[in-house]
Ligand binder design. Structure first.
Ligand code: TTP
Ligand code: MN
Ligand code: MN
Ligand code: MN
Length: 396
């Protein structure tokens, strides 16, 4: 063997949609650091920088062993100067000063808390911060009029920030299945988002709904929502109707990542699941002190008195419902399974490498000037000239 240094040199394809990214990650310290910088960039309106950090993190996620030295990274794609500096800092000093100072910065902490309120985006949060509002207490005291989504988000803040478990997702799936079956027989409900990728927890639960006969899905959402509302399952909902047909995203236009399906962003009222006695009162937190010894930041970021949530027999859970006609189902399923970076990379691959436009509705071939049909995710990967990647390996 020529190389006696035993340095493992990695080789990785450029696009995340060419790679198999499982939930197993040999470089979590590095990817957590880069993800934090990505989050900070996104919350600061610097989307380009955000994507660059996300791409760099995604490359490290597929490496088969922990990175020991920066020399192993030579030739890897998507590792820009900035990301490399952060990686080297961590490898050499155990931590990145930029990551540590970002974590501690008042701006970042305030952006995290405020955008953690359902219905509050980075722009609104930034405006509030410039008015001196950094936490929930200050937001309440400011007397700002909140919209219906934000008010619901504030009311259910503690519940919504708690990760949703697989068991809770399964319980909600049963409710949604019962709802659709009651209003229209033969409807198909598919759990999408992170849970379809095999994640054990999520920030919400995502469902895609369709009917095997094209057209039967029209008008379905309002009926499903009425049923759920009548049964007392909804704390909040906002339904947006399908605007695909009237949209101006014609062929050849860069498809936006925002799709136009009829959708319902909601907050479910879910009866609490029984937890093993040893785990109560939940997630290793006893009297507000977490397993890591840190006290949960109490009244500044709390929406009800400590312990009150544990006394309730229900909790609030964010749920997204999307209805797709069967002719677009494969595209909708691929689009709503994620991860967000995987989706972005699929669209980039389609555009740059194949002169095609991919959205959650369709795939258009700009050379042949026609739409390409697909009845499964496998069909779409094949059209794109990509090896099929199953959901559990789309965790880029
Ligand atoms: P999310 O629910 O935001 O993300 P997730 O399920 O991967 O992660 P988490 O466990 O934290 O919930 O989005 C799910 C997928 O839906 C994601 O791949 C992007 C897609 N999506 C759209 O296509 N259009 C949209 O408007 C939104 C909000 C998401
Ligand atoms: Mn992996
Ligand atoms: Mn989700
Ligand atoms: Mn979602």
């Amino acid at each position: 063997q020529e190389n006696k240094s035993e340095v493992v040199v990695f080789s990785v394809p450029s696009y995340a949609c060419q790679r198999r990214t499982t939930l197993e990650n040999q470089n979590a310290t590095l990817t957590d650091a880069l993800s934090l910088l990505a989050e900070n960039a996104e919350l600061s309106g610097e989307d380009g920088r955000g994507v660059a950090f996300r791409r760099a993190a995604a490359v490290l996620k597929v490496l088969p062993s922990p990175v020991k030295s920066a020399s192993q990274l030579a030739g890897l794609p998507c590792l820009g100067e900035h990301s490399l500096r952060v990686i080297k800092d961590i490898l050499e000093n155990g931590a990145s000063s930029e990551v540590e100072s970002t974590k501690e910065s008042e701006q970042f902490k305030a952006l995290k808390v405020l955008t953690g309120i359902f219905g509050v985006g980075a722009k609104t949060a930034d405006r509030w911060i410039r008015e001196g509002i950094h936490n929930l207490r200050q937001l309440r005291d400011s007397g700002h009029t909140l919209n219906r989504a934000q008010q619901a988000g504030l009311d259910h803040f503690d519940d919504i920030k708690q990760p949703v478990t697989k068991a809770e997702a399964a319980a909600i799936e049963e409710i949604v299945e019962k709802a659709v079956a009651s209003v229209l027989p033969g409807v198909r409900v598919v759990l999408t988002g992170g849970f379809r990728r095999g994640k054990l927890t999520g920030h919400d639960v995502d469902f895609l709904i369709t009917h095997p006969e094209e057209g039967r899905e029209v008008g379905l959402m309002p009926k499903v929502v009425s049923w759920l509302e009548a049964q007392g399952f909804l704390l909040y909902q906002k339904t947006t109707r399908n605007s695909y047909l009237e949209s101006k995203d014609g062929p050849g236009r860069p498809p936006s990542n925002i799709d136009r399906f009829e959708r319902c962003l909601s907050i479910f009222k879910l009866t609490r699941m029984e937890k093993p006695a040893a785990e109560a009162p939940g997630d290793g937190a006893v009297n507000g002190v977490r397993a890591d010894g840190q006290r949960e930041s109490d009244e500044l970021s709390r929406s009800e008195p400590a312990g009150a949530a544990a006394d309730r027999r229900w909790r609030a859970v964010r749920v997204d419902l999307v209805v797709s006609p069967i002719s677009q189902f494969a595209f909708a399923l691929l689009g709503w399974t994620g991860s967000k970076l995987f989706e972005r990379e699929l669209r980039r691959w389609a555009g740059y490498e194949k002169a095609m436009s991919l959205s959650s509705h369709a795939l258009y071939d700009n050379n042949q000037r026609k739409y390409l049909r697909a009845s499964s995710e496998e069909d779409i990967f094949a059209h794109l000239g990509l090896e099929y990647i199953p959901p559990s390996e789309r965790n880029a």
